[in-house]
Design a protein around this ligand. Structure first.
Ligand SMILES: *Cc1c(COP(=O)(O)O)cnc(C)c1O
Length: 455
């Protein structure tokens, strides 16, 4: 796009900023030979050639796409200074930007008050949410659905929390009736809901789960690492109720490095009650430190309420700049997400009318799952894997596979014979807006490969 002129602007602005501090002599230790740099760069180019074309709509595999050019410009601008958002005096400007974007995210989810910060990833953001869950309900475990991200089981283990995986319904949403007895027995203090599962993009019924909170004093954490930004389309393209209910939950995680157009290294955790800041112990002798007795959303600096220490101020600057230009509105960032949603729905219709391929389930978000039509799990598994390989070998399309259990398949396609405990089905993440215009070609390529592989 227009990255080059923006980068020029950024480099010039940085030179202006540096110049005001007066001259100094750079040390020769870091000086490099121009020819050596050029040949190392050539080697780097060759090494980086070993990648899949994540930017191209023919790539519909995992949750991957390049950042928006403006996020790159924002990142580079701040990285040239390299502030660290672990303490106020290590990056005053980017700490302020982090506060602003976190406030905007909290508003988007409908939190009236909040405490929160950016993290390096959704995993760390969820770890913090589960840490606060443990401190809020000592001695009690958590429940999450079997389709929740694997990080919850892993992080619960790390935190010494008992994790109770509960079943999902035929749409991949958590079965709240299975959570009820765990809550009643006192085994759990927190339920983890997912707004957009990593596998199929299922959105748990957050609105219906609120009753559990009232009845049992259960804490609700919403993992919206993948789906969170679809909140912008709630009430128009997506049903309002589950998304609006997030505003009445206790914490939420969203990954700007997934659907927020950011480079990797940008997750976020938000808490509805700023008082949870008391669980974070902070007594660093090295950093600027204001003592605090009461928490409001503005009081503590970010280093005091984060489990991580060093964090790139550049990540905050990149997100801040992106959201200035593509704000958290249906017509801003929402307009970037909408085409993928439309593409997923149209592909689902095309697949539903297709003999050779079968739609696994209707997509709620922009993830489409399907499989080569066959009567039994074993054949479906082999055929899915073969189509995936054919796409990669030809370079024409890139998909991923999702392993589904016989029970999950049976709930959606009772006619499929369960001759194996699980089967891989095909999965396509249509997270680039370009997917919409490319959809017919993508479907055509997948269908052609499926046909040519028929025995
Ligand atoms: C991706 C994802 C995570 C993990 O986030 P990372 O940023 O990859 O660490 C957690 N939960 C869900 C639902 C996800 O999609």
């Amino acid at each position: 796009m227009t990255l080059l002129p923006w980068l020029e602007e950024v480099l010039t602005a940085h030179a202006r900023w540096e110049a005001q501090w007066g001259p100094y002599t750079p040390h020769p230790a870091g000086a490099l030979d121009e020819g050596a740099v050029r040949s190392a760069l050539a080697e780097l180019e060759e090494r980086l050639g070993d990648n899949y074309p994540y930017f191209h709509p023919r790539y519909a595999g995992q949750m991957l796409k390049p950042p928006h050019p403006v996020a790159i410009a924002g990142y580079v601008a701040a990285m040239l200074v390299n502030p660290n958002n672990h303490a106020l005096d290590a990056g005053p400007a980017t700490a302020a930007m982090e506060r602003e974007v976190v406030r905007d995210l909290a508003r988007t989810f409908g939190f009236r008050d909040h405490l929160g910060h950016l993290t390096t990833s959704g995993t760390i953001a969820n770890l913090e949410a589960l840490f606060v869950a443990r401190e809020s309900h000592p001695g009690k475990g958590i429940a999450h659905s079997v389709d929740a991200h694997y990080t919850h089981g892993r992080m619960a283990h790390l935190l010494g929390l008992a994790a109770h995986p509960v079943p999902v319904d035929g749409a991949g949403r958590i079965d709240l009736d299975a959570v009820e007895p765990l809550a009643r027995s006192g085994a759990i203090g927190t339920v983890v809901l997912t707004a957009g599962t990593t596998g199929v993009g299922a959105v748990d019924r957050v609105d219906e789960a609120l009753a559990l909170k009232e009845r049992h004093g259960l804490r609700i954490h919403v993992d919206a690492a993948y789906g969170g930004f679809f909140r912008l389309l709630a009430g128009s393209e997506l049903p309002a109720a589950p998304w609006e209910a997030i505003g009445r939950c206790d914490s939420v995680v969203v990954d700007p490095h997934k659907h927020g157009l950011q480079p990797y290294g940008c997750g976020a955790v938000l808490f509805a009650d700023p008082a949870v800041g008391r669980f974070y112990r902070h007594d660093s002798p090295y950093t600027y430190f204001t003592s605090f007795t009461s928490f409001t959303s503005e009081d503590p600096h970010l280093g005091e309420i984060s489990l991580e220490c060093s964090r790139a101020g550049a990540a905050a600057a990149a997100l801040w700049l992106t959201l200035r230009l593509l704000p958290l509105t249906p017509g801003g960032l929402g307009a970037v997400l909408r085409p993928g949603l439309r593409a997923a729905r149209r592909w689902a219709d095309v697949l539903a009318a297709c003999d050779e391929l079968t739609l696994y389930q209707r997509p709620e978000l922009d993830i489409v799952t399907y499989f080569p039509t066959a009567p039994a799990m074993g054949t479906i598994d082999r055929a899915s894997a073969a189509v995936l390989r054919a796409g990669m070998a030809s370079g024409k399309f890139y998909l991923s596979t999702l392993e589904v259990t016989a029970a999950a398949m049976g709930a959606r396609h009772p006619g499929v014979r369960a001759d194996a405990p699980s089967a891989r089905v095909l999965r396509s993440v249509l997270m680039k807006p370009e997917s919409e215009a490319y959809l017919d070609r993508l479907h055509g390529s997948v269908l052609a490969a499926t046909r040519s592989l028929r025995p």
